[in-house]
Structures are given as C-alpha cells and as structure tokens.
Design a protein around this ligand. Structure first.
Ligand code: HEC
Length: 138
C-alpha cells in the first residue's frame, strides 16, 4: 500500500515522510569531476591543442569506459600506445577523433560505439579521454 507523505505527516510520522521524500527526484551524481562548461571554453580557445592536464583528466575516464577495448585492441580498436596504428588517426586532427568518439562510427577495423557505450559521459569527458589516448600513443 502506498501512503501519501501528507498522511504520514498527519499521523505524526514526519521522519518517515521525510525519508520517503528523497525518492522522488532521482539525483544522479556525476561520476567524473571534470567541469563541462569550463572545459568547452578552453577547447574553443585552443582547438586541437593538448595540454598535460587535459590528458590527466582523461585517464580515469579512459580507465572506466575505454580501456576495455583500447588497452588490448579488442574488436579492432586501436591499441593505446601503438604509435604506428595511431599515427594516421592522429593525423585526422583531434576534433575529428573526438567527434568520431562521441557519435561512434564504423571503420575498416570495427565499430566504435558512441561514447564507448557509456552515454552518461559528457562530450567534454569523451574529449579528455581521447586526449589521454592520443598523448599515450604519439
Ligand atoms: C566496444 C569497444 C570499444 C570501446 C569501449 C571504445 N572504443 Fe574506441 N574504438 C573501437 C574500435 C573497434 C575502433 C576502430 C574502428 C575502426 O576504425 O575501424 C575505435 C576507434 C576509436 C578512435 C579512433 C577514431 C578515428 O577516427 O580513427 C578513438 C579516438 C576512440 N576509439 C576513442 C574511444 C574513447 C574515448 C572511448 C571511451 C570513451 C572508446 N573509444 C571506447 C572500439 C571501442
């Protein structure tokens, strides 16, 4: 039976009513700490430029969402650290790599799922992860 919180309050069960309340607005805490709006500003200022801190931000994102395929080259994914495989990809430019990673694409080697299959990632977080991968592979 579902008891409206107002009834619980009338019955003197205020603490119970209060404990039920947080169920309503599902609060999803962001998993990563990267601040999206700030990052976007930085990226438009210096398109295609890598900084060490951007790549450092990308490591935890890569660890969670990308390394399952990119660490060992699963499903044809370019292996991080394999310079020869990455060189022609890096030559496309960072923006192209990022947009392919956000939207996903099918290439000659396999299928890169949008955001690596993690739709919770913001575009900026994907960009950080790509920057990390590129930094490790050039
Ligand atoms: C399910 C496996 C899988 C996961 C997870 C995955 N990728 Fe990929 N990714 C691929 C495959 C396969 C390719 C190569 C497709 C091709 O070129 O044929 C690829 C290619 C790429 C490329 C090269 C794009 C280009 O234009 O050459 C980038 C950059 C990339 N992935 C970034 C990421 C990032 C960032 C993540 C995590 C957010 C991620 N990937 C997670 C499978 C994956």
């Amino acid at each position: 039976m579902i008891v409206p919180t107002s009834v619980l309050r009338l019955l003197g069960c205020a603490p119970l009513a209060a404990s039920l309340a947080p169920l309503a607005p599902a609060q999803s805490k962001p998993v990563f700490t990267a601040e999206p709006t700030q990052n976007r500003a930085v990226f438009t200022k210096v398109p295609g430029t890598l900084t060490t801190s951007d790549a450092a931000n990308g490591k935890p994102i890569y660890d969670v969402s990308c390394q399952s395929c990119h660490k060992n080259g699963v499903m044809g994914a370019p292996k991080v650290g394999d310079k020869a495989t990455w060189a022609p990809r890096i030559a496309q430019g960072l923006d192209k790599l990022v947009s392919n990673s956000i939207k996903g694409y099918k290439g000659a080697k396999g299928m890169m799922p949008p955001k690596g299959g993690n739709p919770k990632l913001t575009d900026s977080q994907v960009r950080y992860a790509v920057e990390y991968m590129v930094q490790q592979s050039r």
